[in-house]
Design a protein around this ligand. Structure first.
Ligand SMILES: [Zn+2]
Ligand SMILES: [Zn+2]
Length: 565
C-alpha cells in the first residue's frame, strides 16, 4: 500500500464516522491527521509505530490505525462502519456540494439510500425542504448527479495510459507487434475505451494468452475471433484487443488510431479510409505519401485542423519535452506544496532545466496556505540566497524566478497591492473561489485580470477538473483576444486533472499570436512530470516550440520578463 492507498481508507473512515454521527472529538482529530498526512513527504510504510505517532497531528491511536491498515489493507473500525452502511450511500459521497453530514440527513429523514432515489427526490422538490438545504443545494445535487452519470465508464488520460501500459507489457512478453491505438494513441484527455492492436498469424493464440490472465474477464458475446473484448479487474472502461495478421499490422493500427473524421478526409479522389483498405502498407508514412499529404503525427489525427497545419508546418516544429527550458507555476511548502523551495529548485535543476518559476498561492487562498505580505518577503529573501548559491555553480545557469499564483477576486482584481505585485518576476492569475458562475460573471472577472499590467500568465482558464468538475463557462475567443491585446500568456495547465486551456483552442491562440506555457502546477517534485501530459495535448493542438513560453531559455525568459515589467 502506498501513502495514497492508506489515506484513501482513512478519508473514507472519516466520512463514515461523520455519516454515523460518531464521537465529534474523534472525527476532528482524524480530520487534522489526514490533512497533515496528505502533505507529508515521509513514506508511511517505512515508519515505525513511534515514528508515526511523532508525525504532526497524528498521535498514538491514529498511528496504530495506519499500521493496521498497511498490514491488513483495511481496519476493523473501517469494516464495522462499512457493514452498517447501505452501499448506495457510498456512491452519494461522490456528489459535489454535500458532505457526509448532509448525506446523513438525506438518509435519516427521507430514507434515501442511493443516488437514483436522491435524483428523484430532487426532481420532486423534497430535498429543498430539508432543514439546511434549500433550492440552491438541491440544484447543485441534481447537476452533480447528472454530471457523474455522464462520466461513468471514462478515465482521465494518466489512468488510461497506466492501464494500456500494463496490458502492453503483458502482451509484449509473447508478441512482437503490439500498439496502443484509439483514445490512448491520440492523447485524448479523457479515455473511453482502451484499444490495442496485436499483429500475430494465429489470433486464437492471442485470445488464449489473454484469457490465461485471471485479472482479465472476457465478454464472450461481444468478442469475435479477431477481437477480444472485456474488462480488466477494477477498471471501469472496456478493453478491446484487436488481432490481425502481421502484414496488416500497419493498416489496422492506422484505422484504429485515427478518428472517423480523419479517415473520411478525401485526398487523391478517395477517402483515407479507402486508400488504407486498398492494400497493405509497410509504414504509416507510406500511407500519407500515397495520397501526397505530409505525415501527420498520431495525436493530431482528429479530422479538425491537421490537414491545413501540415501544409504550413513541419512536424519537427512541434513542442517536445526536450525543448522545454524551464518550469513555471509550481508550489512549495510556503503554501500547499509538499516539498521545500530548495527541494523543488534542486530537483528542477537536476532534471536539466534552467529555471524554476515558483508560484505559491496568494493570500486570499487561505485554505491553501496563501502567502501574506511578510511571507512573500521571507520567500524572496530565501530565493535571493539560493540564487546566489546557484550563481557560484559554473557548469550551467540556473535560477529561481519569483512568482505568485494570485487569486482573481470577484471583481477581477488581483489580491495584492501594486507595491507587492511589482516585486515579482512574473504573476500567474487564476480563479480559485466562487467557481459557480455564469459566463457573464466569469468574463467580468477574467478580462480585468488579463488587462491588469502585472498579469503575466492566465492560469487554468476554465477551472475544469476532468471527470469531476465542469469548468465555468467562458467565451474562449474573447479571452484569447484579450490576452493577445495585453501580451498575456495562457497556461496549458499540465495536470492530467485539468489540461486547461483545452488543446481545442491552441490554434486560435496561435492565430492571434498568443504564446502558451506548459505548466505542471506541481505541488511536489514529481509533479514536474505532469508536463508530459501537457506536452502531449499541446502537440495534439499543434503547439510549436517557438510559441511555447517555457521553451525560452533562462536568458530569453529574463529578458522577456524584464521588458514586460
Ligand atoms: Zn491554481
Ligand atoms: Zn497552482
Amino acid at each position: 500500500m502506498n501513502n495514497q492507498d492508506i489515506l484513501d481508507i482513512l478519508e473514507l473512515t472519516l466520512k463514515l464516522l461523520e455519516l454515523h454521527d460518531e464521537n465529534e472529538f474523534k472525527i476532528r482529530n482524524l480530520g487534522f491527521a489526514i490533512r497533515a498526512l496528505d502533505k507529508t513527504t515521509e513514506d508511511l510504510n517505512a515508519l515505525s509505530l513511534s515514528e508515526l505517532s511523532a508525525l504532526p497531528s497524528v498521535g498514538k491511536s491514529i498511528a496504530a490505525k495506519i499500521v493496521e491498515i498497511r498490514e491488513k489493507g483495511t481496519s476493523d473500525e473501517f469494516n464495522t462502519l462499512l457493514a452498517k452502511t447501505p452501499e448506495g450511500i457510498l456512491e452519494m459521497f461522490q456528489i459535489k456540494g454535500i458532505g457526509a453530514k448532509k448525506v446523513r440527513t438525506i438518509w435519516q429523514e427521507l430514507n434515501i439510500t442511493d443516488t437514483r432515489e436522491l435524483l428523484l427526490a430532487c426532481e420532486n422538490g423534497a430535498i429543498s425542504k430539508l432543514k439546511g438545504f434549500g433550492d440552491k443545494i438541491q440544484e447543485t445535487i441534481k447537476e452533480s448527479i447528472r454530471y457523474n452519470q455522464s462520466n461513468i465508464g471514462k478515465l482521465r488520460m494518466e489512468k488510461g495510459e497506466e492501464i494500456a501500459d500494463l496490458l502492453i507489457d503483458f502482451l509484449e512478453k509473447s508478441f512482437p507487434d503490439v500498439q496502443a491505438v484509439g483514445d490512448i494513441r491520440r492523447k485524448n484527455e479523457v479515455v473511453e475505451r482502451i484499444q490495442i492492436v496485436v499483429g500475430h498469424p494465429a489470433p486464437w493464440e492471442v485470445q488464449q494468452y489473454l484469457n490465461a490472465w485471471e485479472a482479465l474477464q472476457q465478454d464472450e458475446k461481444a468478442s469475435s475471433p479477431f477481437c477480444w473484448r472485456g474488462q480488466l479487474e477494477n477498471v471501469a472502461i472496456p478493453i478491446e484487443i484487436i488481432c490481425c495478421k502481421p502484414e496488416e499490422f500497419v493498416n489496422k493500427c492506422f484505422i484504429y488510431s485515427a478518428s472517423e473524421a480523419h479517415l473520411a478526409h478525401k485526398a487523391n479522389g478517395n477517402t483515407l479510409y479507402k486508400t488504407v483498405n486498398s492494400r497493405a502498407f509497410s509504414s504509416e508514412e507510406a500511407i500519407y505519401e500515397t495520397v501526397q499529404i505530409p505525415y501527420i503525427v498520431p495525436e493530431m489525427r482528429e479530422g479538425t485542423f491537421e490537414f491545413e497545419w501540415v501544409k504550413t508546418h513541419k512536424n519537427e516544429e512541434l513542442i517536445t519535452w526536450d525543448a522545454l527550458k524551464g518550469i513555471l507555476h509550481n508550489h512549495s511548502t510556503y503554501s500547499d506544496g509538499k516539498h521545500t523551495l530548495a527541494e523543488m529548485a534542486n530537483y528542477c535543476r537536476e532534471l536539466g532545466f534552467e529555471y524554476l518559476g515558483i508560484a505559491d498561492h496568494s493570500k486570499t487562498a487561505s485554505y491553501a496556505g496563501g502567502l501574506s505580505e511578510e511571507r512573500i518577503f521571507e520567500q524572496h529573501t530565501e530565493i535571493d540566497q539560493l540564487n546566489a548559491a546557484y550563481a557560484q555553480l559554473t557548469d550551467r545557469p540556473f535560477k529561481i524566478l519569483k512568482g505568485i499564483e494570485s487569486d482573481i477576486l470577484g471583481d477581477g482584481s488581483l489580491d495584492y497591492s501594486n507595491d507587492i505585485l511589482k516585486t515579482f518576476d512574473y504573476i500567474v492569475a487564476s480563479v480559485h473561489q466562487n467557481l459557480k458562475m455564469t459566463q457573464e460573471k466569469a468574463m467580468s472577472r477574467l478580462i480585468p485580470a488579463i488587462e491588469n499590467p502585472y498579469t503575466t500568465i492566465l492560469g487554468h482558464p476554465t477551472g475544469r477538473l476532468l471527470l469531476s468538475r465542469e469548468g465555468y463557462p467562458i467565451d474562449h475567443k474573447k479571452v484569447i483576444d484579450a490576452c493577445a491585446a495585453n501580451g498575456v500568456i495562457i497556461e496549458i495547465n499540465a495536470s492530467p486533472y485539468r489540461l486547461d486551456l483545452s488543446w481545442r483552442w491552441i490554434q486560435y491562440a496561435l492565430e492571434k499570436g498568443v504564446k502558451l506555457s506548459i505548466n505542471p502546477d506541481a505541488h511536489k517534485k514529481e509533479g514536474y512530470f505532469d508536463m508530459h501530459y501537457g506536452v502531449a495535448v499541446a502537440r495534439k493542438g499543434g503547439l510549436t516550440k517557438d510559441m511555447t513560453f517555457n521553451a525560452l531559455n533562462l536568458e530569453e525568459m529574463e529578458a522577456f520578463l524584464k521588458k514586460r515589467k
